[in-house]
Write a new protein. Structure first.
Lengths: 496, 43
């Protein structure tokens, strides 16, 4: 295991970050925040351009004659059912984030717009929802989908190992420079996945912690409860890492998604249903009308506070999706086998975006509604954002049950994510071995746990997001490089 | 100093975009690509 230079370098890099964070989590979070602010100021335009380019290229590929190309051999059939595939994709790609930000994000944007004094309430609420849809919609899924398409195309059609480096070596030949660039790409992918996943663990633990505190009326003091949940989580994911549970993992992610869908349907039916549906229809119209132009919006001539909001939300999200792209990409690639490029892209772009529109339309709408009815203090998103979902559920009937369901779904999302990520990291760090050794998977499980602990010690969701954004930054370039390789490979395939 | 960092970071982006366009347009020898991959007969 320790004769593999890529694995050893990746372990050293991630262990170094873990040690720094464990020794002084605050210093790490401050360093990340300072560096990310410089990067986002200088490269914000490029990140937005990249996200928009990914969406436009995806749509073009789906509509062009390349859309007929099958991802795999002519006789290959899809490995997973459509629902199972979608559930795994959603669980890996967004999972805990949806539970965490369902109501909190629209309310947070709403308060910001109100603070700016630019729009009346009847315009501020749809705008807040539009911004949320934009962060979780087509652009996010284009980043995931196109990265997945690159991995799927080279894995299933060109028979290359499922590695980030494969496209470079296939397209430009096995040369010293392609091996070096490919090695660096694999290393950065491993690093970005590890940090991104650790951030997800921390967000999940914050969420579960507040849920448990709400359920059992425990006063949170210090980090005791969070750390106890973290220990239970570590115990829960160690066992699945030791055995092959690929089908079991699909069952767990299906269960988590079914719980999340049940929660959404419950809120839709118990809350003011007509208001939610109006909200969704209006938001959908606004979204499809403005989504492409908004992708190029960089808030150039707005004041400093708008610039800070843009960095803290929009740019951070885009970097977050980029950081997760190789990890989620491998999963989405698995469900793409046997489908055409057109089917794949349309499925990846449209289904999850529609789900996000429903999810945020319902939870965000409920947040606005309860805020207007003085049942929920909207300022909670500024004082204790982790509790927003639970405070919202407490205003509804059967709150104990719904809070318990949310806690369970969050827990399942984290367990499936960590097990899946440990598998992908082990595969990446062993040259694309699709059945990596248990000890490598366990090593990554431990590293992910240590990094997750660092993120938890940093103490806030904002700090977590800054640390993820810092590690994701190189991935803007890597993802674009991969897309260029795909376009070039398609061009060469057409020539033949 | 801030401006210098900003300029350097953006020059990096311009160079990267240029490199991508050059790599995309560059002719690759077909034999090399065939050696490193197998491809199904049917599209």
């Amino acid at each position: 295991m320790f004769r593999n230079p890529l694995l050893v370098t990746a372990l050293c890099l991630t262990v170094a970050v873990s040690i720094w964070g464990l020794m002084d989590a605050q210093a790490l979070a401050e360093f990340a925040a300072r560096t990310v602010s410089v990067i986002l100021r200088s490269r914000g335009w490029f990140i937005m351009l990249t996200a928009s380019a990914m969406l436009i290229i995806s749509i073009w590929l789906a509509l062009s004659r390349f859309g007929d190309i099958k991802l795999g051999q002519p006789e290959d059939e899809p490995e997973f059912s459509t629902f199972s595939g979608m559930a795994m994709m959603f669980a890996a790609g967004m999972g805990v984030g949806l539970l965490f930000y369902g109501a909190a994000e629209p309310i947070s944007h709403f308060l910001f717009i109100q603070d700016q004094g630019n729009l009346p309430v009847h315009r501020a609420a749809p705008t807040a929802l539009f911004l949320t849809y934009f962060h979780w919609g087509l652009h996010a899924w284009a980043i995931y989908g196109l990265t997945a398409l690159v991995i799927a195309y080279f894995t299933f059609r060109r028979q290359a190992p499922p590695l980030v480096s494969s496209p470079v070596i296939i397209v430009f030949g096995d040369k010293p420079w392609t091996r070096t660039v490919g090695w660096l790409m694999d290393l950065l992918a491993i690093y970005a996945i590890a940090i991104g996943l650790a951030g997800s663990i921390a967000l999940g633990v914050f969420q579960v912690e507040d849920g448990v505190a709400s359920l059992f009326h425990i006063e949170k003091s210090g980090m005791g409860l969070g750390l106890a949940i973290f220990v239970v989580l570590c115990l829960a994911y160690i066992l699945p890492l030791m055995v092959d549970l690929s089908k079991g993992m699909a069952t767990l992610s299906n269960t988590a998604i079914l719980i999340a869908i049940s929660l959404m349907v419950f809120v839709l039916l118990v809350g003011p249903t007509h208001l939610f549906m109006q909200n969704i229809v209006e938001g959908f119209g606004e979204y499809i009308t403005n989504v492409l132009p908004h992708g190029f919006r960089t808030y150039t001539f707005f004041d400093e506070s708008v610039g800070q909001w843009f960095s803290a939300w929009t740019l951070n999200y885009m970097l977050w999706w980029l950081a997760w792209a190789p990890f989620v990409g491998v999963f989405i690639a698995r469900i793409s086998k046997g489908r055409t490029i057109r089917e794949f892209i349309l499925g990846v772009l449209l289904a999850p975006t529609m789900f996000s529109i429903f999810w945020f339309g319902i939870f965000g709408g409920m947040g606005f509604y309860q805020g207007a009815a003085n049942q929920l203090d909207p300022m909670v998103v500024q004082t204790d954002i982790n509790r927003t979902t639970f405070l919202l559920l407490e205003t509804m009937p059967l709150s104990k049950l719904t809070i318990a369901a949310t806690v369970l779904a969050a827990f399942l999302f984290i367990v499936t994510s960590v097990v899946s990520a440990a598998y992908v990291l082990a595969m990446f760090s062993t040259g694309g071995d699709q059945d990596p050794p248990v000890k490598v998977k366990l090593t990554w499980g431990v590293i992910l746990g240590a990094l997750g602990l660092v993120m938890i010690l940093s103490g806030s969701a904002d700090a977590v997001r800054q640390i993820i954004a810092l590690s994701a930054n190189p991935f803007v370039f890597i993802v674009l490089f991969l897309v260029m390789c795909l376009l070039k490979a398609l061009k060469m395939e057409r020539k033949r | 100093m801030e401006n210098l960092i900003d300029t350097v970071m953006n020059i990096w982006i311009f160079a990267f975009i240029g490199l991508m366009i050059w790599l995309y347009c560059r002719e690759e020898s077909d034999t090399e690509e065939k050696e490193t991959s197998r491809q199904p007969d049917e599209v």
